[in-house]
Ligand binder design. Sequence first.
Ligand SMILES: C[S@@+](CC[C@H](N)C(=O)[O-])C[C@H]1O[C@@H](n2cnc3c(N)ncnc32)[C@H](O)[C@@H]1O
Ligand code: SF4
Length: 537
Amino acid sequence: MDLRPIRTAHHRPPTVDRTPICDAPFVAMEFDAFGDVQVCCANALYPIGNVGEQSLREIWSGPRAAAMRAALSEGDMSLGCSVCRYRLTYGHGDLARDYYNNFPVSGGDPDWPFSLQFSLHNTCNLACVMCGADRSSRIRTQRSSLPPLPHAYGETFFEQIQPFLEHAGAVDFSGGEPFLVREHHRIWDLLIELDDRPLCSLTTNGTIWNERVEHVLDHLDNHISVSIDGMTPETLESIRVGASFDTVMRNIDRFLTYTRERGTILTMSWSLMATNWWELGMAARFAEERGIQLKVQTVIEPEFGVQRLPTAELRVVVETMEAESTHLVDELDLNRDMWVREVGRLRQELELRSGSGPRARCMEPPDPGHPQHLADMMLTGRPVLRDADLEAAFSEARTDLERWCDGSPIERFVADERGRLVELDAPLLLAGAAPDGVVDLPDLFRTLETAHGGSLWIGEQFDEGDRLVQMIWMGRPMRDKVGLVIRMISVTTEDGVVTLAAINDRLAPPSDEVAAEVPVTLLDRPAASVDQPRNAR
Ligand SMILES: C[S@@+](CC[C@H](N)C(=O)[O-])C[C@H]1O[C@@H](n2cnc3c(N)ncnc32)[C@H](O)[C@@H]1O
Ligand code: SF4
């Protein structure tokens, strides 16, 4: 396996046909509960606009959408596409771009998006352990002790969305629990009025069945995905807190009858975790017997993701699943690839851990070791650049950062071979903190956490040979959409490691107040703490 990272545009050999590496910004608009518009579900760190600040037309034809189209046309995945870049490099997890690349592209500067995805509010009746306050109103108030999320979509939005619905080819609803989000019912009513309707799909927790649900099902041909993370009452109800196993199973039967009658597709969605991996095989059999496709979601949070287990435990998981494979693969057809892929990914994770050399990182949740790790990566073995090579590297880094940071200034710091700072010209990074007290690189990263408030995540880290690209995110311990993103590009010169850095503050700032963490009880695992509060926008 070739483990060299997929490189950004300026490092890649020129492409012949300039085909975009991903079609998302040419085809999709995704609306979240804050009114932010993204081009892709996996790209929360580079929203293209907000419905409270711009019209839908301004957003779709605006500078950030244009920047994303230009970047992906050149194979540059630096504008928030870290997850796909990481997965393309390591083959670990499904690629969001595969979804968007299914849709027709109407041109380099398309008039309308083909795909619209709505998560217009976080109203939800459940508090699933791995979910967050941005997604669930119940988590927001009960677990995170935050005030309810305001409704971001007003009358202007519903007037503007009409022509977008008329031109759309695919419309998808998530949430929150989509059937409980009042804004979604307004969109469904608009869709029902259309003569020529787009393909409709939704992802539900499967707990709700009432007249409003039947109205949506009766009047639109919906493709349905039901999230189900356990095949026993004990597992499902401990993960999907507030759900009843019997109700979800009964509703799966109803959705199956419905989709068979309407000629649409029912899928089941499984968030693979340390607390349910042993029931994935049962779920695959259950789905197979009913002709349902089972889709697996990667959960990155360290408390939950099975791939984050300590190596000894992960080895047991992989060996148990591989033993199960010997019988199971022969029983599966529709779900065989899913099973083989998931087991293969976990095996690959084990192999990556035992490999030598630095590993790329992506969406690494807060860890006390991160400041030292970031510094070590900056200092390790890149070639010393001189003269024209150095000029070119700086110019390239500036171009990359300027495209990414929306015009905020590019700052600079230099460290010697031991990581001691010999130059620090970064007032925005320091946000008022005194530079005198910051003596070395780990110190700088710890200061950023204090100065900006929030915990340090490694959003992405790619060693590109003669330069290191790192993106850090000062956010909440749970990956709610909050915080400040800092991108750094480091090269080694005769003077030391020179880093150019820029801030993008498009996300909501982290809250100053820190609430007491409320533990979540997990099956067969120690209590884990979950998210802390955030500011409403
Ligand atoms: C946020 S939910 C919204 C729709 C609906 N409430 C549901 O649960 O299906 C969408 C999907 O995200 C999944 N999900 C929740 N937390 C997750 C996490 N931390 N990582 C990955 N997927 C997650 C859910 O299981 C669900 O399939
Ligand atoms: S049902 Fe969906 S939105 Fe609600 S808490 Fe669970 S995963 Fe989150």
